[in-house]
Design a protein around this ligand. Structure first.
Ligand code: HPA
Length: 265
C-alpha cells in the first residue's frame, strides 16, 4: 500500500474515478482511522482523500486534519495537491476563477493545529515564510497553461472557523487586512503538511463573492452549483499537474524539520 502523490478533494470534488483503478483503503493513525482511495494516474501511485468524507458529512472545523495528513505520510506520499471552494473578496478574482494561493491568514479558533503539543512529540516551530510548495505551485500554473485554463498566480486565503459563512463586517475586515479569498479548511491542513515535511499546494475555485460583496445572501447550494459547473476545469488542472510532477521530486518542504532532526511520527 503506497502512493507518492495525493489529491485532497475539497467541497464538490468527490470523484475518485479521477484516478484509475481506485481501491478503498483504511489507514490507522494515533489520531484516528482515515478512509481513502488508492489508484494510479499517468503511471504514478496516487491517493485520493475526500476532505469532507462521504456525502459532505464532516464540517470544516471537525475535519480530522492531523489524521488525514499523517495517513498520507504513512502511505509514502511526498506531494499533496489540494482543492478548495472559496468566496472572493477581490473583484479581480471573480466567480469561477482558479487561484493558486501563496499565503494564508489564520482566523481559526478551536482546531488541533499541530502534531507537536509537547510530551513525547516535543515542541516545534515551523517556518511558513512560503506556506505552499513553490515547485508544486509552479507546476500547477504550467498545468493550467497547458490546459488553456486561466489561473491567478498567488492570492491570500483567509481561513475562518466556520461552519457559518461570514458577516459583511468580517469580510470588510479581512479585505482591509489583505485577504483575497475566504474559506474554512486550508488551515491547519497546509501547516500540518509542512510539519510532516510534505510538499503541499492548493488550487482554489471561487464559487461566490463573499458576504456583503455578493448582492444576495449566501447558500451552500450556490457553492455546490458553482463547483459542479467548474468541476471539469479543476479535474483537468489537477490531473495535468499530477502528470507533470516527478513522484520522487525533493525540495525544501521535505526537509522543513531538519533543525529538529526531521519528522518522526
Ligand atoms: N466563505 C467561506 N467559505 C466559503 C465561501 C465563503 O463565502 N465560499 C465557499 N467556501
Amino acid at each position: 500500500m503506497k502512493a507518492s502523490i495525493a489529491i485532497i478533494g475539497g467541497t464538490g470534488v468527490y470523484d475518485p474515478s479521477m484516478i484509475g483503478d481506485p481501491r478503498d483503503v483504511k489507514v490507522d493513525t494515533p489520531y484516528g482511522t482515515v478512509s481513502l482511495k488508492l489508484g494510479s494516474y499517468a503511471g504514478k501511485d496516487v491517493a485520493f482523500l475526500n476532505r469532507h468524507e462521504e456525502g459532505h458529512s464532516v464540517p470544516p472545523h471537525l475535519v480530522n486534519y492531523r489524521a488525514n495528513i499523517l495517513a498520507l505520510k504513512r502511505l509514502g506520499v511526498r506531494q499533496i495537491i489540494a482543492t478548495a471552494a472559496v468566496g472572493s473578496l477581490n473583484e479581480r478574482m471573480g466567480t469561477n476563477s482558479l487561484v493558486v494561493i501563496d499565503q494564508f491568514l489564520d482566523f481559526t479558533k478551536a482546531r488541533p493545529s499541530t502534531f507537536f503539543e509537547g510530551g513525547a512529540n516535543g515542541v516545534i516551530h515551523t517556518d511558513v515564510t512560503h506556506p505552499y510548495c513553490a515547485r508544486i505551485r509552479q507546476t500547477m500554473l504550467e498545468a493550467a497553461k497547458a490546459e488553456q485554463l486561466s489561473a491567478h498566480d498567488g492570492g491570500v486565503y483567509v481561513c475562518t472557523e466556520g461552519p457559518r459563512f461570514e458577516t459583511p463586517a468580517e469580510i470588510r475586515m479581512y479585505k482591509l487586512l489583505g485577504g483575497d479569498l475566504v474559506g474554512m479548511t486550508n488551515v491547519p491542513e497546509a501547516p500540518l503538511a509542512r510539519e510532516a515535511e510534505m510538499c503541499y499546494a492548493t488550487v482554489c475555485m471561487v464559487t461566490n463573492f463573499a458576504a456583503g460583496i455578493s448582492p444576495q445572501v449566501l447558500t451552500h447550494t450556490e457553492v455546490l452549483d458553482a463547483m459542479k459547473a467548474n468541476i471539469e476545469n479543476i479535474k483537468r488542472l489537477t490531473m495535468r499537474t499530477i502528470a507533470m510532477l516527478e513522484p520522487e521530486a525533493d525540495c525544501e518542504c521535505q526537509h522543513a524539520l531538519a533543525e529538529f532532526g526531521g519528522f518522526k511520527l
